[in-house]
Design a binder for this molecule. Structure first.
Ligand SMILES: [Zn+2]
Length: 157
């Protein structure tokens, strides 16, 4: 199953390669939170429908929350997908970049395993990988003290 998900993610990211936009455009607004080198290697794609793996097994694994939820963004490795109406929502970009840092730290397999386990155990709203991302995007919009997010994720994950 994990192989299948991983393969699906790679195919999805490849399919959208030509349409992805580099996050280096946020280097000014996210200064102090995300380094230029981190942003240089992060991307987003604007899509009309958020791509999600739709394997029936995922439902059997208790991931209905994840499958059915209407979300405006999702991150796969160093690329996140957002809907057109949130393209200027800087908080959402910040949030998805937290996930990019998590993917980077945990590795593909590590992130997928942990995300699935957390959704199963806590549900989406209380999944720690999500709550930390919400905590940090909230910190950002409230003009909190600047610190390097990928380093923070690396230490606290
Ligand atoms: Zn999230």
């Amino acid at each position: 199953m994990l192989d299948q998900i991983e393969q699906w993610i790679d195919q999805t990211n490849s399919a959208f390669l030509a349409r992805r936009v580099c996050c280096d455009r946020f280097s000014k607004v996210f200064e102090g939170f995300y380094s230029v080198s981190f942003l240089n290697n992060a991307f987003f794609v604007v899509v009309d429908k958020i791509p999600k793996p739709a394997f029936p097994e995922l439902r059997e694994m208790g991931l209905d929350d994840f499958i059915d939820m209407d979300i405006t963004g999702i991150t796969y490795k160093n690329t996140y997908y957002i809907l057109p109406h949130v393209i200027n929502n800087i908080r959402l970009h910040f949030h998805e970049l937290v996930h990019v840092a998590q993917w980077k730290k945990l590795g593909t397999r590590g992130f997928i395993e942990r995300y699935i386990r957390e959704i199963q155990n806590y549900g989406y709203d209380k999944a720690p990988l999500e709550t930390v991302a919400y905590f940090l995007d909230n910190h950002f919009v409230n003009i909190g003290k600047k610190f390097d997010i990928p380093s923070f994720i690396s230490e606290k994950i």
